[in-house]
Design a binder for this molecule. Structure first.
Ligand SMILES: O=C(O)c1ccccc1N[C@@H]1O[C@H](COP(=O)(O)O)[C@@H](O)[C@H]1O
Length: 209
């Protein structure tokens, strides 16, 4: 089987120069975390500055944990992101409100030792993408990989992102594994110098071809 081509998301960005330098490598997605307990939280002031940059084809993702739909819509209207990633226990009703505003949705599921695919059912009609991250102490950014084999054989009806402690070397492994409907890898804490500051050498290795 030929290795699949996967898109790349670089998440947890906020520093102007770092964002500018990462954009030179044109990731498919760049994530900004709007969660007050995150070490990588981005402020509105930082986002306002970042709006001066040319993102080209890179889609901006706003990352949220149990945020109110009204607040998400307010930030969306400021033009801070193109789509959102929801890491909490957001209800289908809240997500539908966001869909009405024309916001594309990535719904996150935390994966432990086992994964019950029944949870996917109620989000199938309303999410545009799924994302599988490692279950951990924090809602995201735990820097720990889960056993991807738990997804093998599970029917995943939406295109999905794979996440959770990913390192550069995981790209080849994920490409070879080629789980059905996997379209992107989401990189965060394992390619950082400091929280919110990405290592440009690692970014270059990931996006060199
Ligand atoms: O990175 C964070 O601080 C964070 C906080 C709250 C929700 C999501 C967060 N990050 C997302 O978590 C996954 C996995 O990150 P890691 O590779 O394990 O560090 C990724 O989708 C980040 O976007």
């Amino acid at each position: 089987m030929l290795p699949v081509k996967l898109k790349i998301k670089i998440c947890g960005m906020r520093d102007f120069e770092n964002v500018k330098n990462v954009l030179k490598h044109q990731p498919d997605y760049m994530g900004f975390i709007f969660y007050e307990k995150s070490q990588r939280i981005v402020t509105e002031e930082q986002m306002d500055k970042l709006l001066n940059l040319n993102f080209g084809a890179t889609k901006r993702v706003g990352v949220f944990v149990n945020e109110s739909p009204d607040r998400i819509i307010e930030l969306f209207e400021k033009g801070y992101f193109d789509l959102i990633q929801l890491h909490g226990d957001e209800s289908p009703e809240d997500i539908i409100k966001l869909k009405y505003e024309g916001i594309e949705i990535i719904k996150v599921f935390s994966v432990g030792e086992y994964f019950d695919p029944a949870i996917l059912k109620k989000y199938e009609q309303i999410a545009d993408y799924f994302l599988f991250d490692t279950k951990g102490l924090n809602p995201g950014g735990n820097g720990v990989k889960f056993n991807w084999n738990v997804l093998q054989g599970v029917k995943i009806s939406k295109p999905f992102f794979l996440s959770g402690g990913l390192e550069v070397s995981d790209l080849k492994l994920a490409q070879l594994m080629g789980i059905d409907n996997m379209i992107a890898l989401d990189y965060n804490s394992k390619i950082e110098l400091l929280p919110g500051l990405k290592d440009l050498d690692e970014v270059e290795k990931l996006l060199k071809d």
